[in-house]
Design a protein around this ligand. Structure first.
Ligand code: PLP
Length: 380
């Protein structure tokens, strides 16, 4: 007997093969992935427990430690975007009722607040206007007042283009027996980071910015101090997918199935990290700095001003003040539609006030700046 079920066709579409516009991505991320990375990603998938794939996972771990300047054994890629790795740091370190102090000087500080609250943290905040950062004295005063178990800071606040100096913060956290959690989504690969020398206990990042890969495989690391807190938990990590004790069995010696890794993204991340190591992480930082200084002087030469004080500006992301009388959204739209260049708009307190220009990973090149300036000169 055959079951004759009719096929609904109201959602059926007859499409041509995928074709996407050729954009230069100079916004807050993603950036254009390196051609070598794209090539690696188009290789046929291996099985997620194939020894050849496990070897790639090992290489990712080691190269990530190099890029972050850490020896943390538990350094992996989370299958998901930066927000997944961000949530993983919170899910694994926060136990209900733990006091977590968070520095909020932009959009992503607020996201940390939201996430920590959802995992039951007793969240305390210190705030600064968007575009500024916290001095060590301000952090010290807040630590003395709140005595947190975890201090969360954003190293590179993508919504403002401001860098948070970390010197001395690790020592401060140790004085208070507190873990230091750091968002390095817009800094890894492009801004100097020394996780171990700084005493950072938990950090996360993304693949699509300073590393020059596509989004979806996100660096995560935790120090032995953070691991000790995880092992001493009274309650299970309340997120199965991001539980580092389970993930550690896949990334570590046991090689136990946890989930089907996004194989091709891991190929891409491995290649992106290999390219960074070939260049040398210090050379990658220097390249980002040199190109962003060229961007700043080029923007100034056409009469534009930056939002952040020079010494704290990020090499990866610049907030450019929209001049009075200029429609920022219209300019960004024209750059995209007429020049195939993407720049970002302002978020939150900076909405309508700045454009966000990213020079990250593969896109941190002089040619990117020249193309943008030529287009801006026509559009503004
Ligand atoms: N943290 C910061 C500072 C970011 O800039 C971003 C994204 O741009 C995230 C976290 C979240 O990363 P994703 O968008 O890859 O989930």
């Amino acid at each position: 007997m055959t079951l004759a079920m009719s096929i609904e066709t109201n959602q059926l579409q007859q499409l041509k093969p995928l074709s996407v516009p050729n954009r230069l991505l100079l916004g807050p991320g993603p950036c254009n992935a390196h051609p070598t990375v794209l090539q690696a990603m188009s290789t046929t998938p291996l099985g997620h427990l194939d020894p050849a794939f496990l070897q790639i996972m090992d290489e990712i771990q080691s190269l990530l430690r190099y890029a972050w300047q850490t020896d943390n054994p538990h350094t992996i890629a989370v299958s998901g975007t930066g927000s997944a790795a961000m949530e993983a740091t919170i899910a694994n370190s926060v136990e209900p009722g733990d006091v977590m102090l968070i520095g909020v000087a932009g959009y992503f500080g607020n996201r940390l607040v939201d996430m920590a609250g959802r995992y039951g943290a007793d969240v305390r905040t210190i705030s600064k206007p968007w575009g500024q950062n916290f001095s060590i004295e301000e952090l010290r005063a807040a630590m003395a007042e709140h005595r947190p178990k975890i201090l969360g800071l954003v190293h590179a606040e993508t919504s403002t283009g401001c860098r948070q100096p970390i010197d001395g913060v690790g020592e401060l956290c140790r004085e208070y027996d507190c873990l230091l959690l750091l968002d390095t989504v817009t800094s890894l690969g492009g801004v100097p980071i020394h996780l171990d020398k700084w005493g950072v206990d938990l950090a996360y990042s993304c693949s699509q910015k300073g590393l020059g890969c596509a989004p979806g495989a996100s660096p995560f690391t935790m120090s032995p101090r953070a691991m000790a807190k995880l092992l001493a938990r009274k309650t299970k990590v309340p997120n199965w997918y991001l539980d580092m004790l389970l993930l550690g069995k896949y990334w570590g010696a046991e090689r136990m199935y946890h989930h089907t890794a996004p194989i091709n993204l891991y190929y891409g991340l491995r290649e992106a990290l290999r390219l960074v190591s070939e260049e040398g992480i210090d050379n990658s930082w220097a390249r980002h700095q040199a190109n962003v200084e060229y961007l700043w002087s080029s923007l100034e030469s056409i009469g534009l001003k930056m939002h952040v004080e020079k010494q704290y500006r990020l090499p990866t992301l610049t907030t450019v003040c929209i001049p009075d009388g200029v429609d920022g959204k219209a300019v960004a739209k024209q750059l995209l539609t007429e020049h195939n260049i993407e720049v970002g708009g302002g978020l939150g307190e900076l909405a309508g006030k700045v454009w966000r220009v990213g020079l990250m990973g593969y896109n941190s090149r002089k040619e990117s700046v020249d193309r943008l300036i030529a287009a801006l000169t026509q559009v503004i």
